[in-house]
Ligand binder design. Structure first.
Ligand SMILES: Cc1cc2nc3c(=O)[nH]c(=O)nc-3n(C[C@H](O)[C@H](O)[C@H](O)COP(=O)(O)OP(=O)(O)OC[C@H]3O[C@@H](n4cnc5c(N)ncnc54)[C@H](O)[C@@H]3O)c2cc1C
Length: 310
């Protein structure tokens, strides 16, 4: 627990500070407990100042975007949760031959960047059409689809260090894996880097055909995903053997419920919050799924959603 002096100091120093903020309001699952302190920085400068302050005070920190890949435990998150949602700038930086470089701050929606690319006749972002959440979250998760992933379009990423300094790294200095940006190969001082903005490298394309493709991709998503219920996207990573959804479906688990959590009938790798689920309901359902899939296929499913809190 943070003491009152620190809490008051946070309130005095920074612009948008809330105490005991329900994280249900900030995650697409709509479950989970409160953030002890919740702050929405209004500029990259303030974002960096908060991170530096928090590290000096040794306060636990969690940075979130739109919470579309987050499962927050029912007892909430101790320390400070920083939301990037107010950091939403985008601009074309330069064009060189067929390449155009776009800068996007962490909190801008990935879909906004897809639309921005189409409006400017730039191709490369359509793989991400329909992926909810922020571009910072997308970089962190190396979000993607069968058509590609963030690593295909990243030119460089600007990070905030735990001292509050900004450092830029080219894509070649970073390591991307399936749904993961890994920083463990970097110098120890860079262990806790936070994404401030990203430079995307896109190519000249045709706006009309990109728009048509994007509309078709949206339609497919609507057909295949249970978008009318709160959910966190694909719950498990696809193992190399077979897609997780197929394995879960083959075990006959579609429609299985624990409390308000349910395996979607539309897509078996989606757990939906069908009616006032708690995070515990979702976690209990996930363990049953893992058990059944292991029993039948001897495959260990691993969570793609990031589970945080206590
Ligand atoms: C309906 C639905 C469909 C989805 N479809 C896809 C899909 O097709 N492909 C796919 O890959 N994903 C998909 N997802 C998952 C999710 O949308 C993506 O992973 C998205 O990129 C997460 O962005 P976010 O802003 O919501 O991140 P959050 O959920 O807020 O955070 C995710 C992780 O990133 C970290 N993070 C966020 N911002 C920063 C930052 N600035 N610096 C450092 N760390 C940060 C968080 O700490 C957390 O660990 C889907 C989700 C839903 C609900």
């Amino acid at each position: 627990m943070m003491n009152d002096t620190t809490k008051n100091e946070l309130k005095e120093k920074f612009s948008d500070v809330h105490f005991n903020e329900p994280l249900k309001k900030h995650t697409s699952f709509r479950t989970g407990g409160d953030a002890e302190v919740f702050i929405k920085p209004t500029s990259i400068k303030e974002f960096a100042e908060i991170i530096s302050y928090i590290n000096i005070k040794n306060i636990p920190l969690l940075v979130i975007g739109s919470g579309t890949n987050l499962l927050v435990k029912d007892n909430g998150v101790k320390g400070v949760v920083l939301s990037t949602k107010d950091l939403k700038e985008k601009k074309i930086v330069k064009s060189e031959g067929v390449n155009t470089y776009i800068l996007a701050t962490a909190g801008i929606r990935t879909q906004t960047m897809c639309n921005f690319a189409i409006e400017n006749s730039l191709k490369g972002m359509n793989f991400a059409v329909g992926i909810p959440g922020t571009i910072g979250g997308a970089v962190w998760m190396n979000a993607g689809t069968q058509m590609g992933s963030m690593e295909d379009v990243i030119h460089s990423v600007k990070f905030i260090t735990d001292k509050g300094d900004l450092i830029e790294m080219k894509k070649e200095e970073l390591k991307f894996f399936y749904r993961k940006l890994s920083l463990t190969h970097l110098n120890k001082t860079y262990e806790n880097l936070i994404i401030a903005d990203v430079s995307l490298k896109l190519k000249a394309g045709d706006s009309k055909s990109l728009k048509k493709e994007s509309q078709e991709l949206f339609k497919k998503r609507k057909e295949n995903q249970p978008l009318s219920y709160p959910n966190g996207g694909s719950f498990f990573k696809n193992p190399s053997e077979k897609p997780a959804g197929m394995l879960i479906d083959l075990c006959g688990l579609k429609g299985l419920k624990v409390g308000g959590a349910m395996v979607s009938n539309k897509h078996a790798n989606f757990i939906i919050n069908s009616s006032d689920a708690t995070t515990n309901d979702i976690l209990d359902l996930a363990s049953i799924i893992k058990e059944k899939v292991y029993e039948r296929f001897q495959i260990n499913l691993k969570e793609e959603v990031q589970i945080v809190g206590s």
